[in-house]
Design a protein around this ligand. Structure first.
Ligand code: NAD
Length: 247
């Protein structure tokens, strides 16, 4: 498939676990991918690997950095067709475990960055006649797992942000959707497991499908939602969980 030939796609958290799979998938289907991540080393290594990519080492929680990045992309490439708001952090804990910094950082990176990036990108998409935005929410934003109140609440906000943005900009042919993954094999999940002493294999046994998700499987869904094949999908929150129930 070559669904993104001639398209420019920005992927935040683009060199992380799920983000690198999204960057690779969109690039393999013809997109010029802008790998936007705070981790320069991983981003440069990924760009060298996939070829048709630009690295933007940016802290998306900072308004001026995030907005300037979008303007640079449009100045360099003339357009921005796809925006994947995928970067996120997970500060674990129930209410009394968390600091104000945990709460503020979670919302700054997981939610407010989307406000900056969408506000900067949407005028360019409108001028071009449309575009696609795919946000990475989480199953836990819809059905909260215990002791992740900041993360889960931020992902519920991502879900609401997605639906609001979709309603407001559908008339401009900007489709906004979100993926809501269950647990996926990445460094983020590995960090959580380290705290509890569990393994990926322990989690595999809890999933009716027999295992947790792979980054490539989330990337395939993101690519579908970003492509014209999903032309009538707008404002959808798509769960991808292997039939997992949160407990
Ligand atoms: N792994 C899971 O089980 C899982 C499940 C559901 C949803 N998610 C969501 O998927 C997304 C990707 O998660 P992942 O598992 O690949 O995690 P990850 O930690 O592997 O990747 C996150 C990436 O975001 C980047 N990042 C963090 N803060 C940033 C900032 N301020 N500016 C720019 N980049 C920044 C990191 O450098 C990293 O590359 C996140 O939004 C996460 O909440 C993950």
């Amino acid at each position: 498939m070559n669904r993104f030939e001639g398209k420019v796609a920005v992927v935040t958290g683009g060199s992380g676990g799920i983000g690198s799979a999204i960057s690779k998938r969109l690039s393999s289907e013809g997109a010029h991918v802008v790998i936007c991540d705070i981790n320069a080393e991983a981003s440069n290594a990924l760009a060298a690997d996939i070829g048709n990519a630009t690295v933007e080492t940016v802290d998306i929680a900072k308004s001026s950095e995030a907005r300037a990045m979008i303007e640079r992309v449009v100045a360099q490439h003339g357009q921005i067709d796809v925006l994947c708001n995928n970067a996120g952090i997970n500060r674990r804990g129930a209410l009394m475990d968390l600091t104000e910094d945990d709460w503020d950082a979670t919302f700054a990176i997981n939610v407010t960055s989307m406000f900056y990036l969408c506000q900067a990108a949407i005028p360019h998409m409108i001028a071009a006649g449309g575009g696609a935005i795919v946000n990475t929410a989480s199953q836990w934003g819809l059905h909260p797992a215990p002791s992740h109140i900041a993360y889960n609440t931020s992902k519920a906000a991502v879900a609401a942000f997605t639906q609001n943005l979709a309603r407001d900009y559908a008339p401009d042919k900007i489709r906004v959707n979100a993926v809501c993954p269950g647990e996926v094999r990445t460094d983020m999940l590995a960090a959580g497991l380290k705290r509890t002493g569990r393994t990926f294999e322990d989690l595999d046994k809890l999933i009716p499908y027999g295992r947790i998700g792979k980054p490539e499987e989330i990337a395939a869904l993101v690519a579908f939602l970003a492509s014209e094949e999903a032309a009538f999908m707008c404002g959808s929150l798509v769960e991808i969980t292997g039939a997992q129930a949160v407990a």
